[in-house]
Design a binder for this molecule. Structure first.
Ligand code: ZN
Length: 464
C-alpha cells in the first residue's frame, strides 16, 4: 500500500512539477536539471569554507592576498577548468598597523574605531574638539572657520533595505568626506560606520581614489559608539583623541585570476561571471566577496557537467583589489577592451550571500525576447525581471559595461549584508549553505541561458 501511495505521489510530482508542455523543450529540461542539481550541490560551500579557513583576510598586497591568488589558481585547476591563468595588477599599497580613539572631554570613553582605507596616519595621538555634521552636504556647506583645528564628524546613519540602496546614499561621507574635511581645514574626519548593525564593530572601506586635493586622517566608529558621541555632543563640547598608524607604502602587485571553459562551438565567445578575490582585513571576507567567488565558480562548473557543453564558453574572473579602487577590473578592461565582442554577456556577484530575489538586464533591444525566456527559467526560483531599471554590471564588470558589454544583474537580498560588510563580523558562520545553493541555481541558469544560444546580446551603447 505504501509503495502504491509513493508511486501515486511520484506520478503527481512529475505531473505537476514537469508538465510535458513546459518541459518538452530540451533547454528547459536541462535548466530544470541544473537547478535541481544546484540545490543539492555543496561545491560553493566547500570553496567558501576553504577560502575563509585556509586563506582568511585578503587585503590587497598582503601575504593573505597572495595566498588567495594561489588558492584560486589551484581550486580552478582542481575543478577541471580548461585554462587557468593570472594577469598582474599594480596599485598603491596601503597598510594598517594600529588604531585607537577615545573621548577625553567631557569624560573618558574608549571607542571602537577603524581607519578608512587610503587614510594617512595621525603621526601619534591627535586630540581636538569634534564638530557634528548630519551628512556630507552639511560638511560641504560649513564655513572653514568652523573647522580649523578641529575634527569633523559625519553622523549619517545607513538605512536597511532589501536592495541595499541605503549604502549608495550614505557612502559619499566615507569616500569624499576626507577630502571635503581637508578643504575646510579640519585635522581629521570621523564618521558613523556605513553599516546597519548595532554591534560595537566599526566598518572600514576605502576613500575615493579619484577625488582631487588633500585628505585628512579618517576613521569610522561603530554605530553604538556614534550614538554615545552624539549624545554627548547634544550636551556640550566633546574632545576626541585619535591615533591612526596607517598609510600608503610604495606599490604592490596582485593578480586577477581567470578560469575558462571553452564552448562546444569553439568560436571564442564566452559568458563572463565572477566577483572579487580581495577583501578587507578585519574579517575573513566571507560575504564580501568570498560568497560571490564561490557561487560563480560552482555555477560555471555545474553547467560544464551537463552531458553536452553549451555553444559558448564560460569565463570566471576573480578580480584583484576591488576594495581599494577597482584596480583589478580597470586593468582587466584595459587589457581586454579589444576582445569586448567575445564577452557576450557579463554578470557579477558582489552583494553577499543573501538569496537572489530579482534580476535586471542591459542588452540590445533585439535580445529582449531572450531575456523574457530567462525570466521564465528563473520563475521556479521566484526571481522576476525588474524591467524599469537597467543592470549596471557591478563595480568590477561595470568597467567592461562602460565599454559596451551587455550585463545582467542578479540582485541579492541585501537586508543583512550591511550588518557584516567591511567589519570584523564578515565571517563564514554568517553564511547559510542553502542560500549559496540557491544562488548557484540562479547563476547556473543564467550561464546556460546566455551560453546555449546564438543570440547576440550586444552591442550596448557605452555608458558612464
Ligand atoms: Zn565587495
Amino acid at each position: 500500500m505504501m509503495r502504491r501511495l509513493a508511486l501515486i505521489f511520484l506520478f503527481c510530482l512529475s505531473a505537476f512539477g514537469a508538465p510535458a508542455s513546459e518541459w518538452a523543450d530540451t533547454d528547459a529540461e536541462r535548466v530544470r536539471q541544473l537547478q535541481s542539481r544546484a540545490l543539492s550541490d555543496d561545491t560553493a560551500w566547500m570553496l567558501l569554507e576553504s577560502l575563509t579557513t585556509e586563506v582568511g583576510a585578503r587585503m590587497p598586497g598582503t601575504p593573505g592576498d597572495a595566498l588567495g591568488v594561489a588558492w584560486a589558481k589551484s581550486r580552478l585547476n582542481a575543478l577541471g577548468f580548461d585554462r587557468v591563468w593570472t594577469e598582474p595588477v599594480t596599485f598603491p599599497y596601503w597598510e594598517r598597523n594600529a588604531e585607537s580613539a577615545r573621548l577625553v572631554q567631557p569624560r573618558m570613553q574608549e571607542l571602537a574605531v577603524t581607519a578608512l582605507g587610503g587614510s594617512p596616519g595621525t603621526g601619534g595621538a591627535l586630540t581636538a574638539e569634534v564638530v557634528h555634521f548630519e551628512d556630507l552636504a552639511a560638511l560641504e556647506a560649513a564655513a572653514p572657520a568652523e573647522l580649523a583645528g578641529k575634527i569633523a564628524y559625519i553622523g549619517k546613519r545607513m538605512a536597511r533595505s532589501r536592495d541595499g540602496s541605503g549604502y549608495g546614499e550614505t557612502v559619499p561621507g566615507r569616500s569624499r568626506g576626507p577630502f571635503v574635511a581637508a578643504s575646510k581645514g579640519a585635522l581629521a574626519l570621523v564618521i558613523r560606520s556605513v553599516g546597519t548593525d548595532d554591534d560595537r564593530l566599526p566598518h572600514t572601506g576605502t576613500m575615493s581614489t579619484s577625488e582631487p586635493g588633500e585628505r585628512v586622517p579618517s576613521a569610522a566608529i561603530s554605530n553604538p559608539d556614534a550614538d554615545i558621541l552624539e549624545g554627548l555632543l547634544r550636551r556640550g563640547p566633546v574632545s576626541l583623541e585619535l591615533n591612526l598608524d596607517c598609510g600608503f607604502k610604495g606599490e604592490a602587485t596582485s593578480y586577477n585570476v581567470i578560469g575558462e571553459f571553452a564552448g562546444r562551438e569553439g568560436n571564442g565567445e564566452f559568458v563572463a561571471v565572477g566577483g572579487h578575490l580581495d577583501s578587507w582585513d578585519l574579517g575573513t571576507g566571507a560575504v564580501d566577496d568570498g560568497a560571490g567567488v564561490a557561487v560563480t565558480i560552482a555555477a560555471a562548473r555545474l553547467v560544464q557537467q551537463l552531458p553536452e557543453r553549451p555553444l559558448r564558453g564560460v569565463r570566471v574572473v576573480l578580480f584583484a583589489n576591488e576594495e581599494q579602487g577597482i584596480y583589478g577590473a580597470k586593468a582587466y578592461a584595459e587589457k581586454h577592451a579589444a576582445e569586448l565582442a567575445r564577452h557576450v554577456l557579463g554578470a557579477e556577484a558582489d552583494l553577499g550571500s543573501g538569496r537572489i530575489f530579482r534580476f535586471r538586464s542591459r542588452v540590445a533591444a533585439e535580445a529582449e525576447a531572450r531575456v523574457a525566456l530567462l525570466e521564465q527559467w528563473l520563475a521556479p526560483l521566484r526571481i522576476p525581471w525588474q524591467r524599469d531599471q537597467p543592470a549596471w554590471g557591478g563595480a568590477d564588470f561595470g568597467q567592461m559595461r562602460r565599454l559596451g558589454m551587455p550585463v545582467i544583474d542578479l540582485n541579492h537580498d541585501a537586508s543583512q549584508y550591511f550588518d557584516l560588510h567591511h567589519s570584523a563580523n564578515d565571517t563564514l558562520d554568517k553564511v547559510d549553505p542553502s542560500d549559496l545553493q540557491y544562488n548557484v541555481a540562479a547563476y547556473a541558469t543564467l550561464i546556460y541561458w546566455a551560453a546555449e544560444t546564438q543570440v547576440a546580446f550586444g552591442p550596448v551603447a557605452p555608458s558612464p
